[in-house]
Design a protein around this ligand. Sequence first.
Ligand SMILES: Cc1cc2nc3c(=O)[nH]c(=O)nc-3n(C[C@H](O)[C@H](O)[C@H](O)COP(=O)(O)OP(=O)(O)OC[C@H]3O[C@@H](n4cnc5c(N)ncnc54)[C@H](O)[C@@H]3O)c2cc1C
Length: 458
Amino acid sequence: MATIEKPFRIVVVGGGLVGLSTAHILSKTDIDFVVLERHGSLAPEIGSLLNLWPPTFRIFDQLGIQDAIDPILSPVNHAVTMSADDGTVFSSHGDRGIQVTHRPLFIDALYQSLPDSFKARIKVNKHVTKVNISDDGVVVECADGTVERGSIVLGADGVHSRVRQCMQAMEEGRSAPGVSEKPKSPFLTTYRMFFKAIPIPPTLPGNTNYECAAERVSTQILTGNSQAWFAMYEALDKPTSERLKHPEKDKEGALQRWGHLYAAPGVRVRDILDLQKGGIGMINLEEGRVDKWHWNRIVLVSDAIRKLEPHAGLGYNSGLADVVVLVNKLRRLLESDPSPNTRALEAVFADYQNERKKDEPTVHRMSRSRARVYAWLGTIDRIMAKYIIRYTNIAIHSAKHIYGPVVARAPVLDWLEEKSFPENAGIPYVHRPLVGGKKPNDHYHRIITTIGSKINSG
Ligand SMILES: Cc1cc2nc3c(=O)[nH]c(=O)nc-3n(C[C@H](O)[C@H](O)[C@H](O)COP(=O)(O)OP(=O)(O)OC[C@H]3O[C@@H](n4cnc5c(N)ncnc54)[C@H](O)[C@@H]3O)c2cc1C
């Protein structure tokens, strides 16, 4: 009897920033999928800011969602670094290319811009508790007793990824920890963060990022077009891989302890509280990476595999790039083999991991060092913050020459048209999507990027 081939189906666990972006990417393929989100709502309780880097907009352009996102973006035109202790300005320079948005608005825009037929594939109140694997598929169990079947599981379920826990347990031949257990994290927490959306303080201009440095604590006010975001980063007594839960009263305590610090010229932490009452977020900032990103029919992306301190604003931007590379490779495999076996899938996952890992050291180094320059932990960090950043152009140099090449190598969806390639951005992008089965003319591409960088470098 002939066997009936099941269509390839991806069970995406996690409907956060990257899970929703994955839905957009998969909506442009023939691949069937479902997204399972444990919470009843996709929006976070307390909104923080989200910086978006230039390559991320190339993907939005390909996905046709730039128009939905444009109204909620503010450019960040200026960056000011100061002492949080006495308000001395260390450096002040123009910035370009980065845009900031309010996370709840961004999540809403991502969701609303999905066509209705795809919205129906985002299922909320689906707390994934277990992942089971067979030779030809996966069965994902949820706390409400429902199951979802598919060909693979894509874990976009964040820093405490249940998919990662199940995957590692199966790989090591042991049972997964209980759902209520809090196993040690593969990441290390050195800082915790307090954050709050606020009105733009009346004395500050819009579209400016103020970052204030001090020993073991740093503050930030980023002003957008019509709102601002406040953040304070505080080093813990010692780094830990335990999952810490801080009591609510810690928020009040920290804001009082650091009330005298500057968060922008003429604005101290205690002034922020007077600007607007209400919700302050408090979270641990884990840092680190896991070695193995896949096993059998399970593959992980974004915060489930890499956790970056947010000063450099690279977490979502990197997570999106993971999915772009993964889906490019998966799509290519499915074109030649619509029902790939586990071995073929594992080869694609390994290829994805190898490709994405090339830039990992730079991304982690950038994120770690930015955190430590602002909330310095030792003498070298302090010298860096107070003298080297202040009196040299090392920050601009490293953005251009260390992170610049990573930006230039950012992946694109290789089968989707890019409607408006950012020719004048001055970034010598390496990857161009295929158009009509062909790469755009590379010679022409090189000329326009060179002209673009010349114009932009003045
Ligand atoms: C304060 C702050 C500021 C930041 N600023 C920036 C920035 O400016 N730019 C930037 O690029 N990055 C930034 N980041 C990092 C960025 O937020 C993360 O990298 C990004 O959210 C990762 O997306 P994700 O979808 O992988 O994880 P998440 O956004 O954490 O989403 C994971 C989702 O999975 C769900 N989930 C978890 N477990 C289960 C389960 N068992 N079953 C079903 N669903 C589950 C969760 O409810 C959640 O919705 C910042 C982070 C913080 C904390």
